[in-house]
Design a protein around this ligand. Sequence first.
Ligand code: ATP
Ligand code: MG
Length: 568
Amino acid sequence: MRMSQYFLPTLKEDPADAEVISHKLMIRAGMIRKLASGIYTYLPYGLKAIQRVEKIIREEMEKAGAIEVLMPSVQPKELWEESGRWNYYGKELLRFVDRAGRDFCYGPTHEEVITDLVRNNIRSYRDLPKNLFQIQTKFRDEIRPRFGVMRAREFIMKDGYSFDVDEESAERTYMKMFNAYCNIFKRCDLDFRAVEADTGNIGGSFSHEFMVIADSGEDTIFLCNHCNYAANREKTEVGEKIWHINKDEELQDIEKVYTPNKKTIEEVSNFLNVPTNKLVKTVIYLVDSVLHMVLVRGDREANEIKVKNYLKANEIRLATNDEIEKILGIPVGFMGPYKTSGIRIIADISLKGLKNFVTGANEVDYHLINANFNRDILVNEFADISEARDGDPCPRCENGKLYSKKGIEVGHIFKLGTKYSLSMRAFFLDEKGKEKPMIMGCYGIGVGRTIAAAIEQNHDRDGIIFPAPLAPYPIIIVPLDIKNQEIIDISNKLYNKFLDMGIDTLIDDRDERPGVKFKDADLIGIPYRINIGNSYKKDKKIEIIVRRTKEKIYLEYEEVINFIKNTF
Ligand code: ATP
Ligand code: MG
């Protein structure tokens, strides 16, 4: 591609509304432009990057036995009513009505459409397993679109769905996809981890997320420093090992003590001179319109998603002070599980066996000391609902400790089981002619998000440093004096040679100062810049500059060809 004819509007300044580096650089490098909140155009250079990822995805999917289809983005309400998600999905689902008054949505995901397709066209075990995927535009009316195409409303996703005859076969398919995903992100040259994950809006029995490690990531993951345990924060198990910190202590008499204006854990802990891990913190959630009391140890935090999953709830949020005081009639800041009735209480497993603890007395300015379960407080449910912390013992191995990292979720795979095949009646006939539900799995990759994540991991102060497999153009040729015919000729010769070799190459044939050309080449992150100027005029040497290391290599024409041949 000739820069003089290309459409690559680069910018010197960071856009005002961009928070993260990939968003800034994708705008400045002329890859994307915003049309509306969370809705972006891919310019030619950005589109080329997208196509690089798509090519890798297609190759690995096909290798793993998945077949490409293309489904519509507009989906009828009836299918979503069959699966039960029309009401469940909430405001992220963009709904609209056609001229005949029929309800539709713009697909945020395609379980319903694919299940409908497969149930209508596959009847026999002989036609299974089937694994179908597409690369297509999704719409999710995200509450807070941000970070450019990383959390957009309209975005490109690769989504795949598998159908198997039984659990065993479904698990084999899941593992194939797991491995294919590892291959994809390896081929993209990304530093990533596969972690155990929550199943969210999609549902199903278990899943893994593929996380690109980056400080700007919205997700926190926990990893073991000893074994290969890795999980999303929302899923990280808090092992039994943190229980029973004082299980052998003698029971003391419960006592109500005056704690004037001491409301927070820190205030109470300091005032009573009791460590925070002997305090019980009370949190009230509104779970599907019902108030629930959640107890965690004073040095721990409840995790909303863990609570939601434990209760198998659709919606959850913290109760407001008003709701707590008006409905429960207990004072915020002095709440506790003592003598409460009519509210379900769930205690974190970290509290199991805790003796002589401090908790709110449900009375303004009072706490209880030496409270104990069974004797003073009856709690029937202990569940894993608190958040893991750095340094926690690994829930899987003997000696490991957990540490956390920030990550960007680029891929997500789920074992769906029969969630959709039962509700939507996707049945097949087995060898004995018996009707059975298909066992499903689903597999997503954020294509635009993968590019953004790659940029988060690969940049410096001058701009993007594309990993070679994702680079829209792996090479840029920069003739430094476009008035000099010798330089123009050799530049064109090299350019045509690279095109013949099948390497997408840019040539900066603009009438611009070298400094301007270098700045642009660095900003857009092309792995190899080939300068043709003074050193060529002097002794026929061509300069190759490696974008990542800034290393300079001087070679003659034939050597350049060999160097590039060996590199790509
Ligand atoms: P998140 O937790 O980030 O919202 P999700 O769990 O909703 O993601 P999935 O439903 O599993 O995402 O979608 C599959 C993939 O699509 C994700 O792994 C992610 O890479 C991508 N993706 C999801 N939402 C967005 C978005 N708003 N913008 C860009 N990519 C997205
Ligand atoms: Mg989401």
